[in-house]
Design a protein around this ligand. Structure first.
Ligand code: ADP
Ligand code: ASP
Ligand code: MG
Length: 470
């Protein structure tokens, strides 16, 4: 069967940054074959600025006007470099409208806290509207038929604040109804990332970094043959290059490995993005916008890792909660209650360990979620004592083929011990896809580098020749 969509191509914030970035993105799209759907993030830094502005307004502080002005300035400068005539006029009119809406949302936030989430998410995702319009205008100016599409009307969600869960079948209908006629008519849709909506027409978002998820959701709904994530690194590397400059490209990664890596902090892919692609068997490629000729990483069903740790990753800012059951109440009652409540509050559980003699469990969560976790735990009935260490990191080794390979955890402890790094907690599931350890935050860089070195992740191991791009 020939699919109507050859690829959904998503471009991240650094890819669409400024006139040079936007022009490069337009070149990649203009050089692509027909049947591509583009998804764009806001220009790097824009979402932070927009959020700071509306949060200030909500708190009654100044800052909204500065945020609106900075966003307007950056986009106007890019547009003036890239567009002329009617395309420039059209974009400037759109820019004025988006900026005015942003200000209005901010003003409403100050006045009506009950409506806060609705306005906050619409305002925070205004940058995606601007990038989609700008990229589409640049493409049209180059003679490519392109049209901006607001994903708030396509990707339907349950509306959970800043972490909405998509409603798959409703989304499929809307996506197909809107995008297939465009593709069939030879028009390239440039869709906003990050933004989604409720059936009632309110704007929601898929959470920070969620444009990757937008791309795989669209690919699943269409369906598309592939998803290409264009970013600022060559692909998935053996470690975060900010901590390990000699990290090496992994040409092939399995869905399961990509899921673990993204869940445990590898920012190159949003942690929810893998699931829709894996569920539909759609390959994901990670590519560098600055070096489109590079082979990139191909994420598919298999791992070529043959008995190896493939990568090391970290959640740098984590908190470790140590929970003790109240006297007489069993650990199971406490665990049952805590995890049920954590699920309702959508808290991310990074690691869980149990020490049964003391009726104690340790749970690591991202540091930003510690305040919510504390609030949730205050409502539990079986909790005796709570201790929080909020300056820790979780370091994780990932590799599907570690399964059945003896001695990996021992080697990990040995390497960390040699560096004088104390392991506060450890967890290894029976799937042996990932081994996680909690360390003090100031030691996270040394821990990651030590593991990268001892497992020789910098040198290519067994794993067959890289796949040729289709
Ligand atoms: P985009 O703006 O394109 O969405 P992100 O900043 O969200 O890009 O993700 C890319 C960044 O992810 C890289 O610049 C890199 O610093 C970081 N990163 C963390 N871990 C990894 C890893 N294992 N492989 C590649 N990049 C990683
Ligand atoms: N612009 C959004 C963010 O900064 C979404 C994304 O970039 O994926 O979080
Ligand atoms: Mg990203």
């Amino acid at each position: 069967m020939v699919l109507p969509c050859r690829a959904v191509m998503k471009f991240g914030g650094t890819s669409v940054l400024g006139p040079r970035g936007t022009d490069r993105v337009a070149s990649v799209l203009a050089d692509s074959p027909a049947g591509v759907v583009a998804v764009v993030s806001a220009m790097a830094g824009t979402t932070d600025v927009l959020l700071q502005g509306v949060e200030a307004a909500a708190a009654g502080r100044p800052g909204l006007e500065d945020a609106a002005a900075a966003t307007r300035r950056a986009h106007l400068a890019a547009a003036r470099h890239l567009l002329t005539g009617r395309e420039l006029e059209g974009f400037v009119a759109h820019l004025e409208q988006v900026t005015a809406n942003y200000r209005a949302r901010g003003a409403q936030l100050a006045g009506s806290p009950r409506e806060a989430n609705r306005h906050l998410e619409a305002a925070a995702s205004a940058g995606e509207l601007l990038s989609a319009h700008l990229v589409a205008a640049v493409l049209r100016q180059r003679g490519v038929a392109a049209i901006p599409v607001d994903s708030a009307q396509l990707l339907l969600t349950d509306g959970h604040p800043m972490a909405a869960t998509p409603l798959i079948s409703e989304t499929r209908e809307r996506v197909r109804g809107r995008l297939l006629p465009l593709l069939q008519g030879g028009t390239l849709p440039v869709v906003t990332g990050f933004r989604a909506g409720t059936a009632g027409g309110e704007v929601t978002t898929l959470g920070r970094g969620g444009s990757d998820h937008s791309a795989t959701l669209l690919a699943q709904a269409l369906p598309a043959a592939e998803v290409w994530i264009w970013t600022d690194v060559d692909g998935i590397l053996t470690a975060d290059p900010r901590l390990v400059p000699q990290a090496r490209l992994l040409p092939e990664v399995s869905y399961a490995e990509a899921l673990e890596l993204s869940y445990f902090g590898a920012k190159v892919l949003h942690r929810s993005a893998v699931l829709p692609a894996a569920a539909s068997g759609i390959p994901i490629r990670i590519k560098n916008t600055m070096r489109p000729e590079g082979q990139g990483t191909l994420i598919e069903g298999r791992s070529p890792g043959l008995g190896r740790v493939r990568a090391v990753t970290q959640v740098e800012k984590a908190g470790l909660l140590t929970l003790t059951a109240s006297p007489g109440d069993g650990l199971n009652r406490l665990a049952g209650e805590v995890f049920g409540r954590f699920a309702d509050a959508r808290i991310t559980t990074l690691l869980v360990t149990q020490s049964s003699a003391e009726d104690t469990i340790c749970v690591a969560v991202p540091a930003v979620e510690v305040p919510t976790a504390r609030r949730v735990l205050r409502q539990t009935s079986y909790l005796g004592n709570l201790d929080v260490q909020d300056q820790v990191s979780v370091v994780v080794m990932v590799g599907e083929a570690m399964r059945g390979t003896a001695g990996i955890a021992g080697k990990m402890f040995g390497a960390l011990g040699k560096e004088g790094i104390n392991v506060i907690a450890i967890s290894q599931g029976s799937s042996e896809l990932a081994v996680a350890a909690v360390v003090q935050r100031q030691e996270v860089g040394d821990a990651v580098r030590a593991l990268h070195q001892v497992f020789e992740l910098g040198s290519p191991g067994p794993g067959g020749p890289p796949q040729v791009l289709r």
